[in-house]
Write a protein that binds this ligand. Structure first.
Ligand code: LLP
Length: 379
């Protein structure tokens, strides 16, 4: 469905504002181009076909974390040479698929995985373009579920093992080391962790040089956070300052390219979860606003205690009332927010849950055999 007939469209559904999306993509691209940086879109945030088409049209590459995402990126028109493939547990079939398609980089997460990649490359008689995902042990200062660059996290190769990893690469001529990869976490709202990441990146580049490896591609990952409390068309986040920080903090050689893998910051603001009020249930202490959308459509509040701004688009008054906004799913964690002030709500009111374009539809489930309706696109 391409045109929104919001009054009749069955709820719940995702609504994507393609103007907001294109504006965000253009702001990000311009800010990165200024420094000659390359941005890969992290498909995990949202694989809606209209979104992927806009991302591709605006000149971004792709970042994937499963064979299915790689396939989706290829089918959507991304060139193999612009696709990075990371993931802490790749199957043999996924590794073979990456090698056969000659992706930009197959990002290696452990010594154990590197050994399997070497074996598969030999079996296929093909070389593998690899990047080493290093665990820089930098605190992203975000929710602990989405922190990935600490020693205690399962991701990446630790510094202690790097020399052994380089020995394996040296001994295998089918392993082509093209890059280093880092990703410290998601929804990072201060630039300080990225500054710390830059000094770790510089350290690792030097470390590799002393082991006689000159690295051409540095991938600093994603993680740039957004402000969940602004209007969808706000100029958020500040891509300029983010890329400027890397330009200032990292002195790369002319033949070294800097890559990023942004997900949330590119697509969060363009998406809203649209839902109707089923019931306003009066309690003794709390009024519950029971929506027809729940944690099955948007799990972020239940999983990370994440905040999403909620609006009543049918409001007939400016008078505010306090509600616990909940979904219909049989779990107490199925709650979008407690003590939320909203203009008086009635059964049937259309509600918008904002900044849901990233990790919303992509993480939706069929729990309780629920089904999401077709998305609506505004352009
Ligand atoms: N690169 C890698 C290797 C990643 O694991 C991720 C996200 C990204 C890039 C993109 O990060 P972004 O720019 O979107 O922060 N479901 C969570 C977020 C999980 C992020 C996982 N990795 C949420 O809803 O907040």
């Amino acid at each position: 469905m391409s045109v929104a007939n919001q009054t009749n469209h069955p709820t719940p559904y995702y609504q994507y504002d393609l103007n907001v999306l294109n504006n965000t993509l253009q702001r990000a691209k311009a800010a990165a181009d200024k420094h000659g940086f390359h941005v890969h879109y992290a498909l995990k945030a949202n694989t809606d076909q209209h979104i992927l088409a806009a991302v591709l049209n605006n000149g971004f590459g792709a970042d994937c974390v499963s064979g299915q995402e790689v396939k989706c990126a290829l089918d959507s028109g991304f060139k193999a040479e612009n696709i990075a493939f990371a993931g802490v547990g790749k199957t043999d079939a996924e590794i073979d698929f990456a090698i056969e398609n000659e992706l930009f980089t197959l990002n290696v997460e452990s010594l154990e995985e590197l050994e399997v990649i070497a074996e598969r490359a030999k079996l296929l008689g093909k070389s593998a373009n690899i990047a080493l995902r290093l665990n820089p042990d930098v605190n992203a200062k975000t929710h602990h579920y989405i922190t990935t660059g600490l020693e205690e996290n399962k991701f990446g190769i630790g510094e202690w093992q790097l020399a052994a990893v380089l020995d394996v690469i040296r001994a295998n001529e089918l392993l082509h080391l093209r890059g280093l990869h880092f990703h410290i976490g998601s929804q990072i709202t201060s630039l300080e962790p990225f500054k710390n990441l830059c000094s770790r990146i510089a350290y690792f580049i030097e470390f590799l040089l002393t082991h006689r490896f000159h690295i051409q591609h540095i991938n600093a990952g994603g993680g740039l956070g957004i402000n969940y409390d602004v209007e969808p068309n706000a100029a958020d986040p500040d891509f300029e300052s983010y890329f400027q920080l890397f330009a200032d903090q990292l002195q790369l050689k002319p033949d070294q390219a800097l890559h990023f893998e942004l997900g949330r910051s590119l697509v969060a603001h363009c998406g809203s979860l649209m839902s109707r009020v089923l019931y306003v249930k009066k309690g003794q202490k709390t009024n519950f606003l029971i929506l027809d959308a729940g944690m099955t459509e948007l799990i972020r509040p239940a999983l990370y205690q994440a905040y999403h701004r909620i609006e009543n688009l049918s409001a007939k008054t400016t008078e505010l009332e306090k509600y616990d906004v909940v979904g219909p799913v049989c779990e107490s964690s199925d709650c979008f927010g407690k003590a939320i002030m909203l203009p008086t709500c009635q059964r049937g009111d259309l509600m918008a849950i904002r900044a849901a374009g990233a990790y919303g539809e992509a993480m939706a489930s069929h729990y309780n055999l629920r089904k999401l309706n077709e998305s609506v696109y505004l352009d």
